[in-house]
Design a protein. Structure first.
Length: 457
């Protein structure tokens, strides 16, 4: 990351703090020499340290990859898979799986994720240097910073494959960092999340479900373990969250995405005075100029009687045609905030545990978890007549409709199960097997001679 971009990061985070009405004074007072990014950050109070962490969440939600807007992971991955149709010039390459390395959305994705990682590292270093913080506050903030670093690396490694592993703010190291193998990145992810689990509290700080707690760390660990094929730990960690029945429960389909929904494990708060970017982008009141929902998915992707189609899919009709859109978020724009952007929720944990159990040959247990989600959607439960392969296929089908449009699940599921080419080649004229990874941003390859480009680009 260049010095210029780091300075931009400080401005973005400082502004984000203002949005959440925390004091900006003293935040990330970094003015390092040009050849180093060793921060002078020493948090002078619990409030200042907390502000630094809150700034990470605010900047994620405001714009870019975590915001739910047109450049978000949810949008571009939905386009890369078979969920959305693109109308914008910069988004069409994702839809046809022909993303150039100099695409502006791609460049912003790469840069902004590493900015959040830098911010997490800066918080971790600042906490280690500060001597006046309350021990409990410092421990919790360290847990949050480790969690956010792991969360960001989860998406980097799944979207790009091997990536540079930045664990410091020192630009002398980061500027020449080479790509680390996927397994090494995942090992760091697991280590960060395991430590975060020990540091984070069960209760949400501040009453909102917008700051990760112990359950959030466990939920992300469950997902990571599923992705790396550690099915036993995926089951264990999913169960740890599912079993917290006094805190988490499946709710009605139209109540899931409300702020502080009981199904929510982690949500991002939208900017002050606004509802979600997802609602603003996806709810159509005119001919779409960014994205719309795939007509094939909207019309044919749901079983007969599936209440998710009834409650989560809408259409807009005008003289130019019929356009479909997801209706999980019900508010396009309003100054009264009723919805928060969902990042982690309980339904995913049931589906993680279902898949893990089936892979562990506990077909009855996996079927039970799958049917919990189906019954909530108004469908009949499946029977034990399905074999292992059929049950795994049914779980993937359920993930497709349950997690529609959320944080790239469909795209990542096709990749991790090795079915991307099977599913996408028949409907994507230019599909190549190498399209499962995005290109490394051109600016990064040009800047760092130790960075190699992904195959096919």
């Amino acid at each position: 990351m260049s010095m210029k971009n780091i300075k931009k990061l400080n401005v973005v985070l400082a502004l984000a703090l203002c949005l959440v009405q925390w004091s900006c004074k003293g935040f990330l007072e970094i003015d390092p020499p040009s050849n180093s990014l060793v921060p002078a950050t020493v948090f002078k109070s619990d409030e200042v340290a907390t502000s630094a962490v809150l700034g990470i969440y605010s900047s994620m939600a405001a714009s870019g990859y975590g915001s739910g807007d047109s450049g978000s992971i949810s949008t571009i991955c939905g386009l890369s898979a078979d969920e959305y149709i693109a109308y914008s010039t910069v988004l069409i390459p994702f839809n046809i799986n022909q993303v150039p390395a100099d695409n502006s959305v791609l460049a912003n994705l790469w840069l902004s994720v590493y900015q959040r990682i830098y911010a997490s590292n800066s918080v971790l270093e600042g906490l280690s240097e500060s001597k006046v913080l309350s021990p409990s506050v410092a421990a919790g903030l360290r847990g949050e910073a480790l969690f956010t670093r792991a969360f960001n690396y989860f998406y980097l490694v799944n979207l790009f494959g091997a990536v540079p592993l930045h664990l410091t703010t020192d630009q002398r190291l980061n500027a020449i960092a080479s790509r680390k193998p996927v397994g090494e990145v995942y090992a760091q992810l697991v280590a960060d999340l395991q430590e975060a689990e020990t540091l984070l509290a069960d209760a949400y700080v501040g009453g909102e479900r917008s700051r990760p707690n112990k359950a959030a760390a466990r939920a992300l660990l469950a997902r990571v373990y599923l992705y790396i094929g550690d099915f036993k730990n995926a089951e264990v960690y999913a169960s740890k969250v599912i079993d917290m029945t006094s805190v988490y429960a499946l709710v009605g389909l139209n109540n899931i995405f409300l702020k502080n929904s009981q199904e929510a494990i982690w949500q991002l708060m939208p900017p002050a005075g606004a509802n979600t970017n997802e609602g603003n982008l996806l709810i159509l009141t005119a001919t779409p100029i960014q994205v719309s929902l795939s007509a094939n998915l909207a019309v044919n992707g749901f079983e007969v009687g599936d209440q998710r189609k009834v409650n989560w899919v809408r259409s807009f009709v005008n003289a130019t045609g019929t356009y479909y859109y997801p209706f999980k978020y019900k508010v396009k724009s309003s100054t009264t905030v009723t919805e928060h952007s969902m990042v982690l929720r309980l339904a995913e944990l049931y589906l993680i545990r279902a898949e893990a159990r089936v892979n562990l040959d506990n077909l009855a247990g996996g079927l039970s978890d799958l049917n919990v989600i189906r019954v909530r959607a108004g469908l009949s439960g499946l029977g034990l007549t399905l074999n292992k392969s059929q049950l795994l296929s049914a779980i993937q089908g359920e993930r497709r409709v349950e997690l529609l449009g959320e944080w790239g699940h469909r795209w990542l599921d096709l990749k991790r199960t090795g079915t991307a080419t099977l599913v996408l080649a028949p409907i994507k004229a230019n599909w190549q097997a190498t399209d499962v990874l995005y290109p490394i941003a051109k600016d990064e390859v040009n800047r760092n001679q130790n960075i190699t480009q992904n195959e096919g680009y």
